[in-house]
Design a protein around this ligand. Structure first.
Ligand code: ATP
Ligand code: MG
Length: 197
């Protein structure tokens, strides 16, 4: 029997994507972070994040129907319009999450603009019916996966330049045989509707 146009499609047939909003470092900072990742791999093992994949997640949406994309692009634009650009912070504290062997770099004293931006996105997403995980927001950049450290001892990178955040992105995460790649779907603030040309 044919479905009427008003009937929802079965979940498995709705085109969907794994989505997240994130800050993206400028090239010079990404190069420094990638260097640090490679140094950590030399010392602790694991796989470094690719230089062009390094990011700081603001809001993880998980698997969502692509029909939400226009609303998410509007969300990005609205949130960016009221964010306190630019704001700067120091990635001054390293950590280790043993379950996936993640070595990460975080911020011991984040400026209020950073959690505010994450909370602002979470609020707009909740208004769209998307509830994020309730766990506390820990701003961090994953540098290495699969590392095997003896203990979860905090570490401190030397001479890491400050990160000046001027925009954020909406990304699609895709897994294939080669690993996980991120595709930029929108970037704000940049005028227009946030779409990259
Ligand atoms: P992998 O394919 O190995 O999982 P990944 O973790 O980089 O690679 P995603 O799982 O798609 O890719 O996650 C994208 C980003 O969102 C990453 O920064 C990840 O740490 C973050 N993230 C993933 N799941 C959550 C979650 N439940 N809560 C908060 N952030 C998350
Ligand atoms: Mg993941």
């Amino acid at each position: 029997m044919a479905l009427s146009s008003a009937a929802p499609l079965p979940a498995a047939t709705v085109p969907a994507a794994r989505l997240f909003f994130a800050l993206w470092p400028e090239e010079a900072l990404a190069a420094r972070l990638a260097d640090l990742g490679r140094q950590q791999v030399a010392a602790q093992g694991g796989r470094p994040m690719a230089e062009d994949s390094l990011h700081l997640t603001l809001a993880f949406l998980g698997e969502q129907p692509l029909s939400l994309l226009p609303a998410l692009l509007q969300t990005g634009q609205r949130v960016a319009a009221r964010a306190a650009w630019p704001f700067a912070f120091n990635l001054d504290q390293g950590g280790y999450w043993p379950a996936q062997g993640i070595l990460w770099l975080g911020c011991s004293r984040p400026p209020v603009a950073l959690p505010d931006l994450a909370a602002s996105l979470a609020g707009e997403l909740a208004a769209l019916g998307l509830t994020l995980e309730a766990r506390p927001y820990v701003p961090h950049v994953t540098l290495v996966r699969g590392a095997r450290c003896a203990a979860a001892t905090p570490w401190h990178p030397a001479d890491m330049p400050a990160w000046t955040a001027r925009n954020f992105r909406l990304l699609r995460s895709r897994r294939d045989a080669a690993g996980t790649r991120y595709e930029t779907l929108g970037c704000w603030p940049m005028g227009g509707n946030g779409m990259l040309s």
